[in-house]
Design a protein. Structure first.
Length: 184
């Protein structure tokens, strides 16, 4: 394919945009790093050979950053500030919540609201919640995607796969639950 894609100029794929919709639909606000660790944990191992942690993070989050950029262009997501460490916070727009409800197979009436303003102060509480969710999920890398990687990368990924299973899926960790509006 020559040139940029017309609909998704950052070059993102449906899979990576789906990861972003699932994570942001459930957690409301997240960084590209958190979306990658939940949606595509194999990338953490694939890019482990980069010279610095900063280059590793940039390489492993590039696909999800492109997806978020394309989603922003379609009016599905927006940048919502930054963390204390300088990572961009992302959240969904109302149109993005509708798309996430489809991906999560959850009624749009139960999706809650957008996280506008959550990142204005660095979102320390949502970031702590997200890290807890990642620790509980224990996302497993897809070893088939690492089959042609160096032996030390395959060994590290295998150790993660052999570790204890996590609890639930990202959809298990919705941070907004509808409550009945009647009664006191």
């Amino acid at each position: 394919m020559a040139g940029k894609r017309k609909n998704n100029p950052a070059g993102s794929t449906n899979n990576y945009r789906g990861d972003a919709l699932r994570v942001l639909g459930a957690l409301k606000v997240a960084t590209a790093d958190q979306i990658q660790r939940i949606g595509a944990p194999h990338l953490t191992f694939r890019h482990a050979d980069r010279p610095t942690p900063s280059k590793q993070k940039q390489a492993r989050t590039a696909s999800h950053t492109a997806a978020l950029s394309d989603m922003r262009g379609h009016g599905l997501s927006e940048n919502g500030g930054s963390t204390e460490t300088g990572d961009s916070l992302r959240n969904l727009t109302p149109k993005g919540l509708q798309a996430a409800s489809y991906v999560l197979q959850r009624p749009v009436t139960e999706m809650g609201s957008t996280a506008r303003g959550a990142g204005s102060s660095g979102a320390p509480h949502p970031m702590a919640v997200n890290e807890t969710v990642i620790a509980m999920l224990r996302p497993k890398p897809n070893l088939a995607r690492l089959a042609d990687g160096p032996p030390h990368v395959q060994a590290a990924a295998q150790a993660a796969v052999d570790g204890p299973d996590g609890i639930g899926t990202i959809a298990s960790y919705w941070t907004e639950v509808p409550l009945p509006a009647t009664g006191t």
